[in-house]
Design a protein around this ligand. Structure first.
Ligand SMILES: Cc1cc2nc3c(=O)[nH]c(=O)nc-3n(C[C@H](O)[C@H](O)[C@H](O)COP(=O)(O)OP(=O)(O)OC[C@H]3O[C@@H](n4cnc5c(N)ncnc54)[C@H](O)[C@@H]3O)c2cc1C
Length: 482
């Protein structure tokens, strides 16, 4: 039937006009009446030919907050929780429809950096340990973990955990998912506003402090803070899973041979590993062997890498299905939504953490976190076997300090940068970039933002020693020696 029951303004008008115009006796009269009514309605709602076309309704609004956290990944989730728990009014903005960053969008379950590699002594507590224990991996007050690089059992449940923790603070923590930070206005050494694109349109956010946890230092770079990015950065990786694989002895070697052959046939440009792990289920493998060279801060190149990552993942699956008997009945389960970026921009902050700082385990008065991962630098080439060019033991530092000043950019007073885009040399960053170390930096940044609010000062002017003390009071911060 012609009668629309729902509900744009135009449809309502047509419906009312139809009802008023006639109650038709015959089908023919009804159709005539309907056509006349539709024409009347249309002429009532169409703009004149010469008028400008009516723009779709777009909200243009301004949000004011104490702390704006950009990016809800490892660092950003911890930053938002820390600032909200310290009483600040916080807005967290994340481009994905969920939080967790690499863990949830690239499907990476590792909590690397939580513990010393040889003793398994926990060196990061606070929110990172809370997340690990609430994922059921260890006790909340654990001093050691069973493995130095524990994994959480389920990355979907990690999304739920973060949702729940955010909702516990809904009085002063607002989360905007599907929201992309797309512009920054700065003047007078401060960020004046950040623009976010989402379903509301363009939203202007004015914050006393901004914490950049985008991984790519989008905010810092667009605000004019100095940064660097190597011409060649570590390769990008799309993680994927294959179901119904038989876990038979020697499967790793067979997978490796199949990839060597696939590459010879020209089906696979690069790979490493094979990076095949029975991680989540008895007959299900999780693969981290894709390797795509890319400039991740170039939108077109990133799009090319997403397509290449998908093509390579499926080429690996096909090669195994063809050549490895254990894959005979297997099926491609899923690839995670995004290809993972290991490295892009790094800010040049008040202190640039160096390989020397790490390898000598240099101590800083303003230490706000402890790192302990090795210098984990993936090359842009096929590596059969280990993921790295070098022996990790030769670049394995003892637990080391991360100073507050490595989160503080130059030139912008109300900005902190936490996670894999903080201030470090490329070599040091190869260690500090891991998940738990990023969470520890995020917690420190969130704590500092709330302190700056209370002290009515800028985060850049805060004494890092006091930030350390505030973290220590809540059993967070550095545990380099403890
Ligand atoms: C393939 C791969 C494998 C890795 N393997 C390991 C490993 O085994 N163990 C380990 O510990 N670490 C590993 N890492 C490193 C580690 O996962 C990351 O470096 C770590 O997650 C960094 O945390 P982060 O918070 O800085 O970044 P992320 O966790 O990436 O979070 C950044 C967040 O910001 C959001 N964002 C970005 N730009 C915008 C924007 N403009 N607007 C709004 N939101 C935005 C993103 O969607 C994301 O949620 C790996 C990384 C990759 C890519």
């Amino acid at each position: 039937m012609l009668v629309p029951v729902a509900c744009s303004g135009n449809h309502k008008l047509l419906f009312k006009t139809l009802m008023k115009t006639s109650i038709p006796q015959t089908r023919r009269r009804f159709i005539q009446a309907s056509a006349a009514a539709a024409a009347a309605a249309a002429s009532a709602i169409q703009p004149a030919q010469s008028a400008e076309p009516a723009a779709a309704a777009k909200t243009s609004r301004t949000i004011q907050t104490d702390v704006l956290v950009c990016g809800g990944g490892c660092a950003g989730s911890a930053a938002a929780l820390a600032a909200a728990r310290a009483g600040a009014k916080v807005l967290l903005v994340e481009k994905a429809p969920f939080a967790g960053g690499i863990i949830t969008s690239v499907g990476l379950p590792y909590f690397d950096g939580i513990a010393h590699i040889s003793t398994n002594r926990i060196v990061v507590r606070g929110i990172a340990l809370e997340l690990l224990s609430k994922s059921g991996v260890c006790a909340p007050d654990a001093k050691t973990v069973a493995k130095h690089n524990p994994t959480i059992p389920n990355t979907f449940e990690f999304k739920l955990l973060l949702d729940r923790l955010f909702q516990e603070h809904k009085g002063n923590l607002t989360v905007l998912f599907n929201s992309f930070v797309c512009d920054v206005r700065s003047s007078g050494g401060r960020i004046q506003s950040v623009t976010v694109a989402n379903k509301d349109g363009l939203v202007t956010v004015q914050a006393k402090t901004v914490i950049d946890c985008t991984g790519d230092a989008d905010v810092a770079a667009w605000a004019g803070a100095p940064f660097e990015q190597n011409a060649e950065v570590q390769p990008l990786t799309l993680h994927f899973r294959i179901g119904n694989v038989q876990n038979v002895p020697g499967i790793g070697g067979q997978c490796r041979t199949a990839l060597v052959e696939a590459q010879k046939r020209g089906e696979l440009p690069f790979y490493y590993g094979p990076g095949v792990m029975f991680m989540y289920g008895k007959n299900e493998i999780y693969v981290h062997g894709v390797r795509v060279p890319c400039n991740p801060t170039d939108a077109a190149d990133l799009s090319r890498a997403e397509m290449q990552g998908r093509a390579d993942a499926h080429a690996m699956f096909r090669a195994w299905k063809k050549d490895v008997p254990a894959f005979a009945e297997s099926y491609f389960l899923e690839a995670y939504p995004w290809i993972g970026v290991r490295e892009s921009r790094r800010i040049i902050g008040q202190h640039v953490l160096s390989e020397d700082d790490l390898m000598k385990s240099r101590r800083f008065d303003d230490a706000i976190a402890t790192g302990c991962w090795y210098l984990d630098l993936h090359p842009n080439k096929t590596v059969v076997g280990s993921a790295n060019d070098f022996d990790p033991k030769k670049v394995q530092p003892e637990p080391y300090d991360i100073p507050y000043r490595s989160l503080v950019p130059q030139k912008i007073g109300n900005l902190l940068v936490a996670g894999r885009c903080h201030s470090a040399t490329r070599g040091a960053h190869a260690s500090t970039r891991v998940t738990v170390t990023a969470m520890a930096m995020g917690e420190a940044a969130g704590t500092a933002a709330a302190m700056a609010l209370n002290e009515k000062t800028e985060v850049a002017a805060l004494d890092g020693v006091k930030v350390r003390e505030a973290l220590t009071k809540k059993n967070a911060g550095p545990f380099t020696d403890a």
